[in-house]
Design a protein around this ligand. Structure first.
Ligand SMILES: NC(=O)c1ccc[n+]([C@@H]2O[C@H](COP(=O)([O-])OP(=O)(O)OC[C@H]3O[C@@H](n4cnc5c(N)ncnc54)[C@H](OP(=O)(O)O)[C@@H]3O)[C@@H](O)[C@H]2O)c1
Length: 245
């Protein structure tokens, strides 16, 4: 049977690397549905970057994953067009650099909604379509395991995401669907663009590998977890050995 993957927030950074890995391994009949929030140009450019014989395997669907109704529309489109989902990758995640004292309730609510509530309800919407031996993969963060992040709401949301991954194992038991999460450390995406050299050096000193990870290194791990049916209910760290120094 052909493999159908749904990937949220897949047009840059880690999401894009996951999409590229899946497409590089895809065979005829496989489909990859890539969600993104705003940037049509990036989606178009990404489609063009795939080898010509693989472009028809990719289906881009725009939907703002901070908005419950947009998520429902995304789910409806998937239900109309496809008859099952094998792999569901919930990669969406946003954060803030504001200090806690400057938080507003609306900001906290938006980050929790985008990182936790909407992924949970997308899983609920697509649950009836999940194929036997399917896999659900959440993008957590090491910031949800240890309180080092300056963004409290982000750490709280990622802790919730990783707990949800483990809790959903029981919910998907009868369908024989596995649920796991990835916990990356510091990864070179546009998230790190504004980081000062001083901050980068300080973090690199704490990482055993003494460098940030690449989106491709995270994508390799995601692909391994998605392809191995015996992996279930676990959180997989990919942080180069963070906090060894
Ligand atoms: N980078 C790190 O160091 C790191 C570490 C640990 C965990 N993570 C997690 O990894 C995931 C990906 O992070 P990244 O660093 O790869 O981010 P990124 O490079 O900023 O990726 C952004 C992607 O998210 C999409 N997006 C943004 N807002 C969206 C929305 N409201 N609805 C739908 N899509 C939206 C973007 O599409 P548009 O531009 O079209 O909106 C784009 O496809 C997140 O869950 C993050 O928490 C990252």
């Amino acid at each position: 049977m052909s493999n159908i993957t749904v990937l949220t927030s897949g047009t840059s950074g880690i999401g894009r690397a996951i999409a590229e890995k899946i497409i590089s391994e895809a065979s005829e009949g496989d489909k990859l549905i890539i969600n993104y929030g705003h940037n049509d140009k990036a989606a178009e450019e990404m489609k063009e970057s795939f080898p010509e014989n693989k472009r028809s395997m990719v289906d881009f669907i725009k939907a703002d994953m901070s908005d419950y109704d947009e998520m429902l529309k995304l789910a409806e489109k998937i239900k109309k067009k496809y008859d099952h989902v094998d792999w569901l990758v919930l990669n969406t995640g946003i954060s803030t650099y504001l200090p806690f004292d400057e938080y507003t309730y609306e900001l906290w609510d938006k980050i929790m909604r985008t990182n936790v509530n909407i992924p949970a309800f997308l899983v609920k919407e697509l649950k009836p379509m999940m194929a036997e031996n399917g896999n659900i993969l959440f993008m957590g963060s090491h910031a949800g395991q240890a309180p080092y992040s300056s963004s409290i709401v982000y750490g709280v949301s990622k802790a919730a995401v990783m707990f949800m991954a483990r809790d959903l194992v029981k919910v998907f038991d009868e369908q024989k669907v596995s649920v796991n999460a990835i916990a990356p450390g510091f990864i070179e995406t546009r998230w790190q663009d504004n980081r000062s050299d001083e901050s980068r050096d300080r973090i690199n000193r704490k990482i055993a590998a003494h460098r940030f990870g690449t989106p491709e290194e995270v994508a390799e791990l995601c692909y391994t977890v998605l392809s191995n049916d015996y992996l279930n209910g676990s959180i997989y760290d990919v942080h180069g050995g963070y906090d060894y120094f």
